[in-house]
Ligand binder design. Structure first.
Ligand code: C2E
Ligand code: CA
Ligand code: CA
Length: 754
């Protein structure tokens, strides 16, 4: 996992966890809300049920009061009410029995008897003398309607009272009005008598303005307030709305805080005189403890989620740090802190893919191994660190470098201009040399560099790196040039040479060296007079390597002797085949390398071959090179004569191509002279008349010495005519035929001869 991916993962996780925390908070909030809602709902329901119950009781009380009045009235007779005195006594007694405050009976004219507890009876009193609040009730009763008055302050007693009045019918006629008044406190028994909400609540009875009518003894609010709006029950901002709602006799749910607790409240109209029951639910007390629990739970949940988040981030950070460390280790060289080869290759691949023009340089220190051995590893390490420091400073924007192993540094330079690169590398090298010279003044380190550029817009790393290494190897070998640029031709040549050297033995074994023949033709008659054996290396894949590409190398490494012997044997075998077939054989010339002549068993080997194939030696011509004669003419002549004794013919090849002198012709006992292709080229060119003179001289000389002449490189009819005019014997060249495989040669020439 790389850095980017880890970061993405972390981001994803953080988002996920934040999401989870968010959802948890919402769920917790929702839970708290819905729980409190449910509790509120159930509290409200409870309160409603409770107030309904109490309203019933109040109404029942009033009802029973009316009933008492009704019952009383049903016993009234005309006679009874006419006797005012006795009726007044009766009323007074009834009043005492029924526990009313006041009882009164008013006759049709509005005057009547009024009995008030503790004040006695007044026998002739107009109802108008009573408190105003009572007037409408009495008037309604005169109209045949029962009703209850609003509360009023009684003159007679301390406290508020209310009055009831019913019409009294005797013998079906409205005969008067029976009235009773009672202290509001009669409801105290109702309100305080039973436990409200099963002991978890209380009730007050209040008027439309919010004034207390009957106070509960169980109130949680301790302050003696006269109006509910003066206390903590309602928010002062709500008061106006509430008052209006109460006027409209609406039911109101609310809640209030008191001494740190929240209570649910219900204001429920009694349905009588605008009176209200104020119900307070004190059960909240115990229930409210669930909120902190829920709160704590929520906080705990969020806390846990945050801890998980923290742990995850921490874990990721650790992984990231580890990754970074691993990455650092994977892409850095521990000794110098520079980047390493895998990093270099990776970056290089990226740049190449982008199509950047760049060069790679490989930097090395001459004899670093010995520096380590002589001055110690520590010094070697310091040196490498210094190289890294210099490179750190010298690299430009977008460029990079790495240390591979030992003292091998790779530099990627964003430039392909050789001059520029050379200047930069020399600057880098001198900077390195200047630093390191501080340590060991007596030893000046020497650096060298190989450079390869991607001029062909190559996208592949491998060839570029191979070229750099090739250039570095070349740079190492050439002391005069400490920066070497990769040269593709040179590299190709070296590659081929490598192949040749490493495959020659196998090629000889596998018959990859093939025997080609090129005809030698009589210039006068045009008849085939012989053939030159020329080797061709045909690789397994069918491709061909020409002798120029491997003979010089084989001459250097000595393999030529083996190859030449092989070719001689091929020639012998071919002649044997012709003889066996009854074909008139022609002589075959075989090229012989210099080395062969210095081999002790050379002559024996050749002799053994002609004996083995049982062929006359004069059918084999050995082509030797003029350079052989330069040093030891006598020794050479001796060998030549030994070979000639065995019947072999000796030909001097490439005459005129090197330092040949005409003297050689006189001194060497050769049978044939092959004039180098260059002669013919010069003569046929016609520009230099001397060339022709020289060639004619040579031909004349060979005639005199009885050496036959072969002209190489006859390519045209004119060439042929030129040569025959000059008196040459044989011609060889593309005009007649290119060197061709043995089988083709046989088909073309040997069947004709037959
Ligand atoms: P060489 O001995 O001088 O062989 C003649 C070369 O000239 C041959 O090249 C041949 O193909 C080429 N040639 C022939 N006629 C013409 C022509 O009309 N025009 C031109 N332009 N070229 C012509 P090849 O076969 O490539 O051989 C090159 C050289 O390699 C030979 O030069 C010879 O020195 C050496 N060589 C070839 N085979 C052997 C071998 O088996 N052993 C040794 N030691 N050297 C060999
Ligand atoms: Ca030759
Ligand atoms: Ca030649």
């Amino acid at each position: 996992m790389n850095e980017k991916m880890t970061r993405l993962q972390i981001k994803k996780m953080v988002k996920l966890i934040i999401g989870v925390v968010f959802i948890m908070v919402i769920i917790t909030g929702f839970l708290i809300y819905s729980l409190s809602q449910t509790m509120n709902d159930s509290a409200r329901k409870q309160m409603t049920i409770e107030t309904e119950e109490y309203k019933n009781r109040i109404n029942k009380q009033i009802e029973s009061d009316f009933q008492s009045l009704d019952t009383l009235a049903s016993f009234f007779t005309s006679e009874m009410i006419e006797d005012r005195d006795s009726f007044a006594r009766r009323l007074d007694t009834s009043n005492k029995q029924n526990n009313f405050r006041t009882m009164a009976f008013f006759y049709g004219n509005g005057s009547g008897i009024v009995s008030t507890l503790g004040l006695g009876v007044k026998k002739n009193m107009s109802y108008k003398d009573l408190n105003e609040a009572v007037h409408p009730v009495i008037e309604k009763a005169f109209e045949g309607e029962k009703s209850v008055s609003r509360l009023f302050k009684s003159d007679a007693i301390d406290g508020r009272v209310f009055a009831y009045a019913i019409p009294v019918y005797i013998d079906g006629e409205l005969s008067g009005v029976l009235m009773a008044s009672d202290q509001i406190e009669i409801f105290s028994d109702i309100i305080n008598g039973n436990t409200v909400l099963g002991g978890n609540g209380y009730l007050h009875m209040v008027g439309t303005e919010g004034n207390f009518l009957v106070r509960s003894q169980n109130s949680v609010v301790k302050e003696k307030i006269s109006n509910i709006f003066d206390g903590p029950y309602f928010d002062p901002d709500e008061v106006d709305v509430l008052k209006q709602e109460m006027k409209d006799q609406k039911k109101v749910f609310s809640s209030f805080m008191y001494e740190g607790e929240r209570y649910q409240v219900l204001l429920d109209p009694v349905g009588l005189n605008g009176w209200y029951l104020l119900c307070v639910d004190t059960l909240q007390d115990s229930n409210s403890s669930i909120y902190p629990v829920l709160g704590i739970m929520g906080v705990a949940l969020v806390g846990v989620a945050l801890i998980i988040l923290f742990l995850l981030i921490y874990g990721f950070r650790m992984v990231q740090r580890n990754n970074r460390e691993l990455w650092h280790r994977a892409y850095h060289d521990s000794l110098t802190g520079a980047k390493n080869l895998p990093y270099f290759n990776q970056e290089l691949a990226k740049r190449l893919m982008e199509g950047r023009k760049l060069s790679v340089a490989a930097l090395n220190i001459h004899q670093f191994k010995f520096i380590n051995e002589i001055f110690g590893r520590e010094y070697g390490d310091t040196l490498l660190r210094e190289v890294k420091e210099v490179l750190d400073q010298k690299m430009r924007e977008g460029e990079f470098f790495a240390r591979d192993k030992a003292d091998l540094f790779y530099l990627c330079l964003l430039d392909t201009d050789r001059e520029q690169i050379l200047t930069r590398l020399q600057d880098i090298m001198s900077a390195i040399v200047n630093i390191s010279s501080h340590h060991h003044n007596n030893y000046q380190i020497l650096l060298y560099c190989g450079v390869a550029s991607n001029e062909e817009n190559n996208k592949d790393v491998t060839p570029l790196m191979t070229h750099v290494m090739f250039a570095l190897t070349t740079a190492k070998g050439s002391y005069q040039n400490n920066v070497w640029f990769y040269d593709s031709d040179l590299h190709e040549k070296e590659k081929k040479e490598n192949y040749v050297e490493s495959h020659m033995h196998q090629a000889l074994r596998d018959g990859e060296f093939q025997f080609y023949l090129q005809p030698k033709v009589d210039l006068r008659t045009g008849q085939l007079k012989g053939a030159e054996a020329l080797v061709r290396w045909v690789k397994a894949d069918g491709s061909m390597i020409y002798p120029d590409e491997f003979i010089p190398l084989f001459e250097q490494n000595g393999f030529c002797t083996k190859l030449d012997r092989y070719m001689v044997e091929c020639a012998c075998r071919q002649i044997r085949q012709w003889m066996n077939e009854g074909t008139e054989p022609v002589g075959i010339s075989v090229n012989q390398s210099k080395l062969l002549f210095y081999e002790n068993d050379y002559i024996t080997t050749l002799t053994n071959l002609i004996q083995k194939y049982d062929i006359p030696g004069n059918l084999i011509t050995l082509e030797i090179l003029e350079g052989l004669a330069a040093d030891h003419v006598d020794e050479l002549n001796h060998k030549i004569s030994l070979l000639q004794e065995q019947g072999f013919r000796i030909s001097m090849d490439d005459f005129g191509s090197g330092y040949s002198s005409l003297n050689i012709l006189g001194n060497l006992h050769i049978d044939e002279l092959k004039l180098d292709r260059g002669f013919l080229m010069e003569v046929s060119d016609g520009r230099d008349a001397r060339a022709r003179i020289i060639m004619e001289q040579i031909v004349q000389l060979t005639r005199r010495l009885q050496i036959s002449t072969v002209v190489e490189g006859v390519e045209t009819e004119e060439n042929e005519k030129l040569c025959s005019d000059m008196g040459c014997d044989l011609g060889q060249g593309y005009y007649y035929s290119r060197p061709i495989p043995r089988e083709e040669f046989n088909r073309k020439y040997m069947e004709q001869v037959q």
